[in-house]
Design a protein around this ligand. Structure first.
Ligand code: PXP
Length: 248
């Protein structure tokens, strides 16, 4: 049976990484501009834009979020740590969605899922305030039962399964991780939660994930921005969407 089409959220963090390699916030330069990249990705078929405002502002900056909110015609998914500072920023901008992610200052990228089970008490008031502001809350979790159970208890409308382990494994271990993701997606749907997935996805590894029928959205960044060096961003977004559609 054909599955419903899957949305692609394009993560533009690493356009900002390249910009910041040359332009400090004070220096005022803005090339390459992550907002221009977001608008281009949308013309190429991106269904949404994802941006992670990190505590140390290593890529996306506060003014990028303001401009994305003003200029985007598709939903903005704001990735952020569950902190008071980030909560205030989200409540100020009211993006379509907030994806709560774990954040460690020393990590190079988001290295694992949120411990929704261990941090449930701290997450309750944050999720409640986002919910009251009309923001769709997503929890970025590992595809395991304990975390999914916590997401159900926290009444999260969306979970995003961390595909980093899947992306880095091979052979039988990868197949096993793929099954964990597929089983978790089915269980999420059964519990009324919309499952998404992302992290480490590429042209070569996206198809088995895109074939999981319950997954409604993938969020992909690093590979698309890297590939854009060779083919341009519009092409890399179009090609990824074509591969996702072919897998359904
Ligand atoms: N989803 C979440 C929650 C993430 O933190 C990231 C990385 O910032 C991504 C998706 C995209 O991962 P990648 O850049 O590896 O495609």
């Amino acid at each position: 049976m054909m599955s419903a089409l899957m949305r692609l959220g394009v993560n533009i963090d690493h356009v900002a990484t390249i910009r910041n390699a040359r332009w400090t916030a004070a220096a005022g330069g803005d090339h390459p501009d992550p907002v221009a990249a977001a608008l281009l990705a949308v013309t190429a078929g991106a269904d949404g834009i994802t941006a992670h405002l990190r505590e140390d502002r290593r890529h996306i900056r506060d003014e990028d979020i303001s401009r994305l909110m003003a200029e985007l015609t598709v939903p903005l998914n704001l990735e952020m740590a569950a902190t008071d500072e980030m909560l205030a920023i989200a409540l100020h901008h009211r993006p379509h969605a907030v994806c709560l992610v774990p954040e460690k200052r020393e990590e190079r990228t988001t290295e694992g899922g949120l411990d929704a089970a261990g941090q449930a008490a701290a997450l309750v008031p944050i999720i409640a305030q986002l919910y009251d502001a009309g923001i769709r809350v997503s929890l970025f979790i590992e595809p395991d039962l304990r975390q999914l159970d916590a997401a159900v208890r926290l009444k999260a409308p969306v979970v995003e399964f961390h595909t980093g382990r899947y992306a880095h494994l091979s052979g039988a271990a990868r197949a096993e991780e793929l099954k964990r993701i597929a089983d978790s997606a089915a269980l999420a749907t059964k519990n009324g939660i919309e499952p998404h997935a992302g992290h480490g996805l590429t042209y070569d590894n996206v198809a088995p994930i895109a074939a999981i029928p319950q997954l409604a959205e993938l969020n992909i960044g690093h590979f698309l921005i890297g590939e854009a060096i060779f083919t341009g961003l519009a092409d890399s977004v179009r090609e990824m969407k074509a591969r996702m559609a072919a897998a359904r």
